[in-house]
Design a protein around this ligand. Structure first.
Ligand SMILES: [Zn+2]
Ligand SMILES: [Zn+2]
Length: 264
């Protein structure tokens, strides 16, 4: 598993954390895909536990992404105040081409189960769309046999042409619920597409919070009054000013891509 390997120094080279720890503090470190008891029947993570774990590991932001529903203003505001974290309102939308993490929508809009409708709704608010765990189970023959489909044998270049990637802005290259192989393949596809890739835990319990993260180049301001931190996050997402990170929860934050190169 890459997280364990990430602890090992690379042939005497300094790790990312050592190189940058005193000279260049990262901006806000955000887990972009988090489920809590408030919005996911299969999650046992309470908002209080999320705060506690974020503090313990040094996570400074979360994108709350419940299934097909967004936290309301009051819930978001209360959580910001309680946690002191940067809190982004996201949503994981189930669509005809898979799960999509959305930033920018404040509520579920009827019809967005169709990805083309989701794209329209997100464009109207200047939001951002991320394909979640795009290759989960793709290398599992049982999965394909069950669906009566031939096994997945696309190259990264061919996979990059799948319809979903023409309609999203980004894809998760590091998802805590995916296997190392699925994540490594997603990273290769992201490279073909010229995207940086998003890191996120997809956690449903305390365990796993922040195992993969997205590190923003700037510190994100928690919105309250004044310019919205949500807008700031969207601007950085659009500008590609972030990278997918791994190892925060084992105190070895480094770019996810470095851990993948190391695995090969
Ligand atoms: Zn999902
Ligand atoms: Zn999820």
């Amino acid at each position: 598993m890459s997280l364990h390997l990430a602890r090992v120094k690379m042939g005497g080279r300094l790790t990312f954390t050592e190189r940058f720890s005193d000279s260049r503090m990262p901006g806000t470190i955000v887990d972009m895909h988090v489920h809590t008891v408030r919005g996911a029947a299969d999650s046992s993570l309470t908002p209080e536990q999320l705060i506690e774990e974020a503090r313990r590991i040094g996570l400074t932001g979360v994108n709350i992404s419940e299934h097909d529903r967004a936290w309301d203003d009051h819930q978001i505001e209360e959580f910001r105040e309680q946690s002191g974290l940067f809190v982004s309102r996201g949503m994981e939308v189930s669509t005809d081409v898979g799960h999509i993490i959305v930033v920018g929508l404040t509520r579920y809009v009827p019809g967005i189960r169709k990805i083309s409708e989701l794209r329209k709704a997100v464009d109207e608010v200047g939001g951002f769309m991320i394909a979640a765990h795009p290759f989960r189970h793709f290398f599992d023959p049982v999965h394909f046999r069950r669906d009566g489909r031939p096994p997945f044998d696309l190259t990264p270049k061919q996979a990059a042409e799948l319809p979903v990637f023409q309609l999203v802005d980004e894809l998760e290259v590091a998802n805590g619920g995916c296997t190392p192989r699925e994540n490594a393949f997603a990273l290769e596809v992201a490279r073909v597409l010229g995207r940086r890739g998003i890191g996120a835990s997809d956690c449903h319990s305390t365990q796993g919070v922040g195992c993969f993260v997205t590190v923003f180049e700037e510190e994100l301001e928690s919105p309250g009054t004044g310019p919205s931190g949500q807008e700031q996050m969207l601007a950085l997402l659009r500008a590609g000013r972030y990278y997918a990170g791994a190892g925060l929860n084992v105190r070895q934050l480094q770019p996810f891509a470095e851990t993948v190169a190391f695995l090969k």
